[in-house]
Design a protein. Structure first.
Length: 186
């Protein structure tokens, strides 16, 4: 299986919006936002393509992500999968990245549908479980199992930080290590 790196990955932030994020019952909102913010910091530090996907009735996107990625406006969609947004699919294709790290709420809806559609389109989908929230532990577990059965994988923001760190003695490696350690305290 493909291992996500700073050179082959893109990060998708899905429905991390004020009215939707509070639906997370499997991960507290502060912990979910900390992990999503960690992914956003990794994207900014390593210049990893990041995309924000949202639905109109969900409210403002989480400042935990937008404050770190100020140039990334949420892309609005009207279906349960971010892959229903042709512009997003085209931007992903243009990025040349094949490993997609997913963060979002709800795991059973947008995360699952996007992961399955990404896999069908030839991407490798990695669900960052610490940066996702589900409505129920049983249904979230079922969604993660379905994604894995389809060829995707579960991971975490902490693991992705470790995979992008490289040499800890360099400035970027040290900064990445710092992000990783901030996530370990969650």
């Amino acid at each position: 299986m493909l291992i996500p790196t700073k050179d082959n990955a893109a990060i998708l932030f899905l429905d991390l919006q004020e009215e939707i994020i509070k639906s997370s019952h499997t991960r507290t909102v502060p912990k979910l936002e900390l992990a999503a913010s960690g992914l956003a910091k990794l994207a900014a530090l390593h210049k990893i393509p990041a995309f924000l996907s949202a639905v109109p009735p969900g409210g403002a996107f989480s400042p935990a992500v937008t404050s770190v990625l100020p140039g990334n406006a949420p892309r609005m969609r009207t279906q349960t999968s971010a892959f229903a947004d042709a512009g997003l699919v085209e931007a992903l294709k243009a990025s040349g990245r094949k490993a997609l790290i997913l963060s979002g709420v709800a795991s059973e809806i947008v995360v699952q549908r996007t992961a399955l559609d990404a896999l069908a389109a030839g991407y490798t989908a990695f669900v960052a479980v610490d940066a996702c929230g589900g409505v129920d532990p049983r249904t979230e577990d079922a969604a993660f199992r379905r994604i894995v059965a389809a060829g995707g994988a579960t991971t975490s923001a902490i693991t992705f930080a470790a995979e992008t760190a490289g040499d800890f003695t360099t400035e970027i490696g040290g900064a990445t290590f710092g992000i990783m350690y901030s996530l370990l305290g969650a």
